[in-house]
Design a protein around this ligand. Structure first.
Ligand code: GLV
Ligand code: MN
Length: 424
């Protein structure tokens, strides 16, 4: 029998927008680059300090914190009946190179403020409420995103995770032991329905809410992402002495492959296919030397797995053709191919009801970015709340949502947590 959710809306719930904004600004200063750039890559010193910053806020808010063997952090507000499965929320605080201060962070610090606001209003949850900070939502270090949530959901095996390597050949296993994330990675996996639900607040990372001036998006589906890694080995040599006909230039093979990636997306038959060659490094990287090696990382997504898979197959067919013609050796690896995700329609309807009671316009929508929600949805009912970001910009330092939009998103999150944590 599907559970029904009462929609709780309280005038007593007040979000402290200034405090939240100052915490967002303070966390933004914990970065590998000077402001306004935020770069917080997994296992960097900034990542470690960012985690400590969040744990201190949790402590001040009276939440108990624990960390699993993959470094996922769980911060719990104990409910009246701690034996019931908890309601979870959260997101990530790691950031790609040259990022802004909001994505991921709004879902973590916003969740903390949502809990503080609920506490101030006198609300007492029946179920516990847990804020999760997921390890490495961003793929920067290991080429694969959502490492923590994949492990939680059993979508990445402990063996594969332990063997993940960064560009310098350092493994997750080496790093996590040094970070003090002890225990076996296989202990990270959570049982099915160990949470009664998961809800993630996030900036849209697309232009729709901003263009249409709608303060809240309710995510019904999350697009299907995939990622490829490609190593190309050609033959280097002197830029003056190596005549053009005999060249086996790894960069040029890579360049042609990057164009084939663009073509595969443009000709997939779906306007929703997007493909990006976001990493392209060459060796030896000297102006007077023919590039002998190239390393490419390719990101390919679609709202439909069918058209995404067809584009993926086309890229995988182009690579050997181009490399053979250019006399370049290749190693091509599929890092991830994830399915699209459907959010729980009961949660979507609940948030729609909350927005209506709060007189907030809202839009049901698709997330084109992937999120830890994509993996939490494998183990429990999941939904996402989006807020507008200026021009849809994200993954860049000028990423911006107004304090008013952030406050509105946190208010909707707080009401959603109140409703979900009150259900029997
Ligand atoms: C998440 O960061 C994504 O790339 O969608
Ligand atoms: Mn991101």
């Amino acid at each position: 029998m599907p559970r029904r959710y009462g929609c709780l809306v309280s005038q007593a719930l007040k979000i402290d927008e200034q405090r939240l904004q100052s915490e967002i600004d303070a966390l933004a200063l914990i970065s590998e680059n000077p402001p306004p750039v935020v770069t917080r890559i997994l296992f960097s010193e900034a990542d470690t300090r960012g985690r400590a910053f969040v744990e201190k806020l949790a402590q001040d808010a009276g939440l108990s914190a624990r960390q699993d063997a993959a470094g996922n952090i769980f911060m719990r507000w104990q409910g009246e009946n701690p034996n019931l499965p908890a309601v979870a929320t959260g997101s990530h605080i790691d950031g790609i190179p040259n990022a802004g201060k909001l994505e991921g962070v709004v879902g973590v610090l916003g969740a903390m403020e949502a809990i503080r606001a609920l506490k101030r209003s006198g609300f007492k949850p029946k179920r516990s409420v847990e804020v999760i900070v997921f390890t490495s939502e961003e793929p920067t270090r290991f080429g694969i995103g959502c490492v923590g949530s994949r492990l939680l959901a059993g979508m990445l095996s402990a063996e594969k995770a332990a063997a993940l390597k960064d560009r310098d050949g350092r493994t997750l296993e080496d790093f996590r032991k040094k970070a003090g994330w002890n225990g076996s990675l296989s202990s990270v996996r959570l049982p099915q329905n160990c949470y009664s639900g998961f809800v993630e607040l996030h900036i849209e990372q697309g232009p729709i809410l901003d263009q249409e001036k709608i303060p809240i998006g309710i995510v019904e589906r999350i697009a299907a992402p995939s990622a490829l890694r490609l190593e190309l080995t050609g033959v280097g040599g002197h830029a003056g002495g190596t005549l053009m006909p005999g060249r086996r230039d790894a960069l040029l093979a890579g360049a042609e492959i990057a164009l084939a990636v663009e073509n595969a997306a443009l000709n997939s038959g779906s306007p929703d296919t997007v493909a990006t060659t976001g990493v392209f490094r060459i060796e030896p990287g000297a102006v007077n030397s023919v590039p002998c090696k190239a390393h490419l990382e390719i990101d390919l997504r679609d709202t439909q797995a069918r058209t995404r898979d067809a584009a993926l197959a086309q890229i995988e067919q182009s690579v050997p053709e181009i490399c053979e013609r250019r006399g370049v050796q290749y190693e091509l690896e599929r890092i991830a191919t994830d399915a699209p995700v459907t959010c729980d329609p009961r949660f979507v309807d609940l948030i729609a009801a909350i927005c209506s009671k709060l007189n907030l316009p809202f839009k049901r929508m698709i997330s084109r970015a992937y999120h830890d929600s994509s993996f939490m949805a494998q183990i429990c009912s999941t939904v996402m709340i989006f807020i507008p970001c200026r021009n849809g910009w994200s993954h860049r330092p000028d990423e911006y949502s107004s304090p008013e939009h952030i406050k509105t998103g946190v208010s909707v999150l707080a009401h959603t947590l109140a409703s979900l944590s009150s259900s029997a």
